[in-house]
Design a protein around this ligand. Structure first.
Ligand SMILES: Nc1nc2c(ncn2[C@@H]2O[C@H](COP(=O)(O)OP(=O)(O)O)[C@@H](O)[C@H]2O)c(=O)[nH]1
Ligand SMILES: [Mg+2]
Length: 277
């Protein structure tokens, strides 16, 4: 148990310039000065520092780096930079920061999509709530967005904060710990197969060109990200909708929240096919 839960948790703070990433980073680290250390041996300007919470070490990455604001191309386009991508690549979990008084932009959506497709954990933090009156309404809008845009993952509702007056955000860090351990979970084969067959019984596999693919069994093949292989007769012919249905059903059944699970469909070989007579 301890062995599984030990290890450093890398949390990258990502978001548009000016959303308050560095303010959050400094408040959490309880330091007044900005950036503390850079990754040795790299020229990217990621700021990294460690904190300890609940006996766990968190490596916090502020992906804003040294980049000057408002220079060259628009901030909005420019923030998909090498440093954001590097931060995402290094992270176990990405804390995606948005501003309460601003829109969720196309670039925001692209970055979050990337985070999920890389198999990383994703949590949303709405910052600068001191600037708005109707937080509830804003939060609901984001919940709606998240549910619709990222329907292939079960994500938590956004947290909301005011970085300027931040106490240590325990709830956020508790969630990061849970996601981190869920990403490392090994599922029992029997439970998985039972869940899979329940899902199939509840919602029959659709016919594909006059043939109904058959699903035989499921097996976990990886953690971080969680990948399941599903074997069956023409299993690779399942419609995307049905694949999504199965992924969602499994996520719900096992409460796999905060990231996306990956299903690989493998058509079982016909045993007579390769034999030479
Ligand atoms: N009103 C308000 N301003 C904030 C808050 N958090 C950060 N800011 C301000 O937003 C600006 C950008 O913050 P910064 O941390 O540098 O953003 P970064 O570019 O994402 O790192 C600064 O002027 C901060 O003081 C907040 O919760 N409320
Ligand atoms: Mg910054």
């Amino acid at each position: 148990m301890d062995k599984i839960s030990s290890g450093v948790i890398t949390l990258a703070i990502v978001g548009k310039p000016n959303v308050g990433k560095s303010t959050f980073f400094n408040k959490v680290l309880n330091k007044d000065l900005s950036p503390v250390s850079e990754i040795p041996g790299t020229t990217t300007d990621l700021f990294i520092d460690n904190i300890t919470y609940k006996n766990r070490t968190f490596k916090l990455i502020d992906s804003g780096g040294l980049k000057r604001k408002g220079k060259s191309k628009s901030d909005e386009q420019q923030y998909i930079t090498k440093e954001s991508l590097k931060a995402i690549y290094l992270a176990d979990v990405v804390l995606f920061m948005i501003e309460a008084d601003k829109e969720f932009t196309k670039t925001d959506k692209q970055i979050c999509r990337l985070v999920l497709d890389k198999g990383k954990g994703l949590i949303f933090v709405i910052n600068k709530i001191d600037l708005v009156d109707e937080l509830k309404k804003i939060k609901n809008e984001y919940i709606y967005y998240i549910k619709n845009l990222f329907s292939d993952a079960l994500l938590e509702d956004p947290f909301s904060i005011c970085s300027l007056k931040l106490e240590f955000p325990k709830k956020i860090f508790d969630e990061v710990i849970s996601i981190h351990s869920r990403l490392r979970k090994n599922f029992d084969n029997k439970d998985l197969n039972e869940a899979l067959h329940n899902a199939i019984n509840k919602n029959k596999i659709p016919v594909y060109s006059r043939f109904r693919p058959k699903i035989k069994y499921i097996k976990q093949v990886s953690t971080r990200p969680i990948i399941f292989k599903i074997f069956g007769n023409q299993a690779n012919k399942l419609s995307l909708d049905y694949q999504k249905y199965l992924a969602k059903n499994l996520s719900k059944k096992f409460n796999i929240k905060g990231f996306k699970i990956f299903l690989r469909f493998v058509s079982a070989e016909n045993p007579f096919k390769s034999k030479k007579y």
